[in-house]
Design a protein around this ligand. Sequence first.
Ligand code: 6GU
Length: 224
Amino acid sequence: MRIDIITVLPELLKSPFEASILKRAIEKGLVEVHFHNLRDYSIGNYKQVDDYQFGGGAGMVLMIEPIDKCISQLKKEREYDEVIYMTPDGSTLNQAISNEVSLKNNLIILCGHYKGVDQRVRDLFVTREISIGDYVLSGGELAAAVLCDSIIRLLPGVLNDETSALTDTFQDNLLAPPVYTRPSEYKGSKVPEILLSGDFPKIEKWREEQAIKRTTQRRPDLLE
Ligand code: 6GU
């Protein structure tokens, strides 16, 4: 997979890719991530990338021309499966969307900022719009990092234990069951006996029951 991220704030976005699982995925060559500073595609002497909105009103809008220049340059170099625009009015990200996007080869991710981008960018270039939840962030950068993390960890070979992503919360629309590690007793608080029993069919059954119980209590909407 190759991901090209277009942003006015590349520095806000880089550090999540420099640690832990994402770093290792990049080092292993399982994903390439490239950052493109929109300012490098700006127009005029003032390196302008945004302007006031037609019709008046507070807030700047990212202009179509620098974005077009950047996307066109990338599309000259290779084919892209998706141009994803990060925006609070996009489809709310969930595991099903992450699973689907993780199967693509080449992605462009465009980060919104200020009041967003000129609507014509969305009409002409964008294939999918994603939000990460019903709250407002200062820009799409942190949301893009969230999206990238959720898809990169699904790529074959990224997680050490290949089965690990399959037992995640939200795969199967269930929350994950409780987990414990040593010590088996801490200040009188004990690990459930069944997990120490070595009876794996029983442990599996217990975990499933716990997952259903937790989901019923916390997220009944997932069971509908
Ligand atoms: Cl993708 N962008 C912004 N600015 N705010 C958000 C978001 C995206 N998703 C949730 N809030």
